[in-house]
Design a protein around this ligand. Structure first.
Ligand SMILES: Cc1cc2nc3c(=O)[nH]c(=O)nc-3n(C[C@H](O)[C@H](O)[C@H](O)COP(=O)(O)OP(=O)(O)OC[C@H]3O[C@@H](n4cnc5c(N)ncnc54)[C@H](O)[C@@H]3O)c2cc1C
Ligand code: FES
Length: 274
C-alpha cells in the first residue's frame, strides 16, 4: 500500500546509541506528514545542503502522536558516511524527511498467525508491522511469532520492543553469543516442519543471503511471504532506476522493478535471483 508523500522539516527529539553503533532517533514531524503503513520508508538528509547531499533510506520503526505532534522513530546502524553524520546530530537539530515512500506490507486479516523473520536492521520495519497490528482493534486476536538473527549479540538492537509484541521470539547469532548458534532461517526451518500445511503469513527483511535461503525453503509451499528489500537508493521516488531488481512476472518473464517505488515490499516468490 502507498500513501501521499511530502517533504518536511523534522526536529530531532532524541538520537541515542542503544547498542554499539546502533541508534534510535525520534523526530517530531509537522501534521502535514501522512501516516505511513508498515514497510514504508523515508529518505533522510541534512538541511541547508550539508552532507550527505543524497538522502538515505530508512524504514519506519514507529509512528505515533506525541503531545499533539507526530513522532517518527528510526532504528539505524552506522555503516558509512551518512549514518555516521546522523549519529552525531544532537537533539534540536533539523533534518529533511521525504515520505512516506514505497509500498508497505499487506495484512491479510484471514491469517491470524504472523511470522516475522528479521536479519540485522530488518527488525525495524517488522517491529512497526507488529505494533501496527497490535494497535488495531482486532490486534489481540493475532498471534505474532518472531525470529531475529544477527552477527553477534550486540547487533540485536530493537529486540526488547519486538519481544513485548510477540507471543514468542526466537533468537540466533552467527557467533553463538546469544540464542541459537547459526542462521535465523535454520531456526525457522524447524518451525516450518510443524506447520502441516497450515501456513501462516510470513513477513521478512534482512540481508540478501538470508532472503535467498528463505526463498529456497519456501519453494513449493502454498504460503504467503512478503519481503522488504534493501537496495542502495539515490532518489527514492522511482526517477533514477538506481534501485531496480529482477522480478519474475506471472508469465515467468524477468523484468526489473524499482525497490523504492514498486517495493520495497515484494512477494518472495516473485524475486528473480541474480
Ligand atoms: C527501504 C530501505 C529501508 C532501510 N531501512 C533501514 C533501517 O531501518 N535501519 C538501517 O540501519 N538501515 C536501513 N537501510 C539501509 C540504509 O539505508 C543504509 O545503511 C544507509 O543508506 C547507508 O548510508 P551510509 O552513507 O552510512 O553508507 P554508505 O557510505 O553509503 O555505504 C556504506 C556501506 O553500506 C552499504 N549500503 C549502503 N546502502 C545500503 C542499502 N540500502 N542496503 C544495504 N547496504 C547498503 C554499502 O554497500 C557499503 O558497504 C534501509 C535501506 C532501504 C533501501
Ligand atoms: S532510488 Fe531512484 S528509482 Fe529507486
Amino acid at each position: 500500500m502507498a500513501r501521499k508523500r511530502t517533504t518536511v522539516s523534522a526536529e530531532i527529539i532524541q538520537n541515542r546509541e542503544i547498542a554499539p553503533l546502533h541508534f534510535l532517533m525520534t523526530l517530531r514531524l509537522p501534521p502535514t506528514f501522512h501516516p505511513p503503513y508498515p514497510g514504508q520508508f523515508v529518505m533522510i538528509r541534512a538541511e541547508n545542503r550539508q552532507p550527505p547531499l543524497l538522502g538515505r533510506p530508512f524504514s519506519v520503526y514507529d509512528f505515533y502522536h506525541d503531545k499533539k505532534a507526530l513522532a517518527l522513530e528510526l532504528l539505524y546502524r552506522v555503516v558509512g558516511q551518512g549514518t555516521r553524520i546522523f549519529s552525531l546530530l544532537p537533539q534540536g537539530e533539523k533534518l529533511e524527511i521525504l515520505g512516506p515512500l514505497g509500498r508497505g506490507f499487506k495484512i491479510d486479516g484471514r491469517r491470524r498467525k504472523l511470522i516475522l523473520i528479521a536479519g540485522g536492521m530488518g527488525v525495524a520495519p517488522l517491529s512497526f508491522l507488529a505494533s501496527y497490528v497490535r494497535r488495531r482493534g482486532a490486534g489481540s486476536s493475532f498471534e505474532i511469532v518472531s525470529y531475529v538473527g544477527a552477527r553477534t549479540a550486540s547487533y540485536l538492537a530493537g529486540l526488547d520492543k519486538l519481544e513485548t509484541m510477540c507471543s514468542k521470539t526466537f533468537i540466533s547469532t552467527d557467533d553463538g553469543s546469544l540464542g541459537y548458534h547459526g542462521k535465523v532461517i535454520e531456526l525457522f526451518e524447524d518451525h516450518l516442519k510443524t506447520c502441516h500445511g497450515d501456513m501462516p503469513a510470513v513477513y521478512t527483511c534482512g540481508p540478501y543471503p538470508m532472503i535467498r535461503q528463505l526463498a529456497d525453503i519456501l519453494r513449493g509451499c502454498s504460503g504467503f511471504c512478503q519481503v522488504s528489500m534493501e537496495e542502495r537508493m539515490a532518489c527514492g521516488i522511482g526517477a533514477c532506476l538506481g534501485c531496480a531488481i529482477p522480478i519474475r512476472n506471472k508469465d515467468n518473464r524477468q523484468l526489473y522493478k524499482r525497490v523504492c517505488k514498486d517495493g520495497p515490499v515484494f512477494d518472495i516468490r516473485d524475486l528473480a535471483w541474480r
